[in-house]
Design a protein around this ligand. Sequence first.
Ligand SMILES: Nc1ncnc2c1ncn2[C@@H]1O[C@H](COP(=O)(O)OP(=O)(O)O)[C@@H](O)[C@H]1O
Ligand SMILES: N[C@@H](CC(=O)OP(=O)(O)O)C(=O)O
Length: 440
Amino acid sequence: MKVLKFGGTSVGSPENMRAVMKIITDGEQKIVVLSAMSGTTNALVDIAGLLWKKNRETASVSIGQLEATYKKVVKELFENEENVKKGLKVIRSSFNTIKSFTSGRFSHVGENTIVAQGELMSTQLFTLLMLENGHDAKLLPALDFMRIDEEKAADSHYIRENAERVLKEVGAAQYYVTQGFICRNAKDEIDNLQRGGSDYTASLIGAALDVDEIQIWTDIDGFHNNDPRFVENTQKIEQLSFYEAAELAYFGAKILHPQTVFPARVHDIPVRLKNTLNPSDSGTLITSESTGTGIKAVAAKDGITAIKIRSDRMLMAYGFLKSVFRVFEKYKTPIDMISTSEVAVSLTIDNTDHLKRIKHDLDEFGTVEVDENMTIICIVGNIIAEERGFASKVFHALDGIPIRMISYGGSRYNISVLVPHSHKEITLRALSENLLNNGN
Ligand SMILES: Nc1ncnc2c1ncn2[C@@H]1O[C@H](COP(=O)(O)OP(=O)(O)O)[C@@H](O)[C@H]1O
Ligand SMILES: N[C@@H](CC(=O)OP(=O)(O)O)C(=O)O
């Protein structure tokens, strides 16, 4: 069995949903994970934002607009009047749920319930479309088996046991359709796997059921060697290793949710990225194998904060780094990059929820400087860090770029540099011109 995930653009219109139906109905049994129709999650997040601010009137206007869009979708999607009625019932139920939060005290449960409606609607409408067209499709309710624990990490054990249970309960079918992104938390409330999380749903299901392949279908022909939103003439990569893909996804390649690769790697399940608009293209294959040497791709992660702790007294004393790291551990804030000198240590974080308190605690160790709005540029490939001349190639490519930090040699797959966000695009373009597209 395979798991196929289709993103927001792939199910973003009745026409695209029909294209997805054509792709999946090849007679092979599969599980199909769907995101919300493109734009829906953003609209729902905005509505929740308005409700947090008690701006109920504007929220109601936005809810009305979104509902009107969905009514149009339903009327275009189905041919049979009975199915139009069923589709409108699906929409009504979701919008009634959303509207129920426009009075009374708003809460995180309210927000998560609102945001979940995108996937709940897209999957119900798509299943109905499959049935209208004579396909043997059944809905697998993700909220019955997808779960995160107290630490907000996927509860793989629970997911495995319950995915199998729900599959049995739902009964045999050729095509199973389920929601990406949404889950329950340790308190059994509706929650989610963070933005872009439908990819992660697919790999969690893939690992839980030990499938043959996990496919991520999107609006581009695979993993490109640079971010096509900022750089022209990017090229598709045919093959990446799990480690290379994980580094790129973690450091900002939007095509894959950062955590997607992990479950696939642990269970050694190939991940294939495919284009819904061009299904015959082979896409990008991600496996345990790393083919070729040299640099394969770059990616950029925004919203990075750099923190420098300067101490002329005790930096080199053993125990100093431990004390610094303990502060980040205390505030459950992961560190992305680190570099040290005789008198200072610089590190980066992307979660600034506790920045003030972190800075306050670090002040005890010396002078603390904070630089916000930075970008990590991550250069990935099967790089042998010691290869002669390699570092000079990278530095040459970055000539003229104000680099704040470099991390080199920590892994053979990744070199990272930290630049001001204002220099992100110029850095990505310089790397494409000088490193990627010239046979390196
Ligand atoms: N290295 C990359 N390779 C391919 N696409 C990338 C890369 N970096 C960013 N992207 C962007 O990711 C988009 C696909 O991801 P996303 O919008 O999340 O799709 P979906 O809605 O299908 O999940 C592409 O359209 C592309 O603009
Ligand atoms: N709908 C969710 C989950 C998701 O993964 O969407 P997409 O596959 O369109 O990136 C979001 O927008 O975050």
